[in-house]
Design a protein around this ligand. Structure first.
Ligand code: FPP
Length: 235
């Protein structure tokens, strides 16, 4: 297919629980299958020369789920960070995490640290995993950093720009070009609000565990048909 690929794709990987329930399985089976889908899709993304992939792994609201499901997800993250993303690392992709470090257990934090350190010099792409993440929290945290810079006279209030603000987010990432949300929900759910300002939104009924390369191609095809004007008028 001959098309332009977006620079930054973000994905809300929704529908794991429903995928499992439809099959009479425990919700956790859906997360397991969802992790396999992420492995496959992340490799495909970097093969297509998409530079940045952001995924919503766990929101600050997800702590409200049953302890069994939360514990399962935390263990799944550790296993996945240790085993699942070798191919992505081999492709020279740098892994970063966005989110609050509070509430996460030491094993998860260690696995995150290892993955970050092992890939910190990679230059071929960025894999941003949003874990214990909320978009409003990210803006509040960035504001605190900006306030500290102003207080310590390292930055003048009149010199605060969008670029300076972006540098104070969890990671200094380019804007999102395409947001994909699976499972037929039409919500943003507090995901990367700042970075999504001009993103093209793509919603599909496909549940995340069933999402595959063909579905990603469809999303990119749809992105290619969009008329992105960024507020301007086309001549
Ligand atoms: C939303 O589906 C999904 C999650 C809250 C977890 C996402 C996690 C994965 C895909 C596992 C792998 C991730 C990494 C980073 C290794 P849901 O459970 O809300 O589905 P439902 O709406 O059908 O209940």
């Amino acid at each position: 297919m001959n098309y332009e690929v977006p620079n930054h794709v973000a994905i809300i990987m929704d529908g794991n629980g429903r995928w499992a329930q439809k099959r009479g399985l425990k919700r956790t089976k859906g997360h397991q299958k969802g992790a396999d889908t992420l492995k496959k899709i992340s490799e495909y993304i970097y093969d297509k020369k998409i530079k940045v992939l952001s995924v919503f792994a766990f929101s600050t609201e997800n702590w409200k789920r049953d302890k069994e499901e939360v514990d399962f997800l935390m263990d799944l993250f550790i296993t996945a960070f240790k085993k699942n993303f070798d191919a992505v690392k081999q492709k020279g992709v740098k892994v970063v995490f966005s989110g609050l470090k509070t509430k996460l257990n030491d094993k998860v934090l260690d696995a995150m640290k290892t993955m970050t350190e092992e890939t910190k010099d990679n230059k071929n792409g960025i894999f941003n995993i949003c874990l214990n993440y909320g978009g409003q929290d990210e803006i509040v945290e960035a504001t605190k950093k900006i306030a500290n810079l102003v207080e310590s006279k390292k930055l003048k209030a009149e010199d605060i720009t969008k670029e300076e603000f972006n540098k104070c987010m969890f990671n200094d990432l380019p804007p999102i070009d395409l947001l994909i949300r699976t499972s037929g929900e039409f919500r943003i759910s507090n995901f990367m609000l700042w970075q999504m300002a001009y993103a093209e939104l793509y919603f599909t009924d496909v549940l995340w565990p069933d999402f595959d390369e063909k579905e990603l191609d469809k999303a990119i095809e749809s992105f290619n048909k969009r008329d992105r004007r960024f507020g301007a008028v086309k001549k």
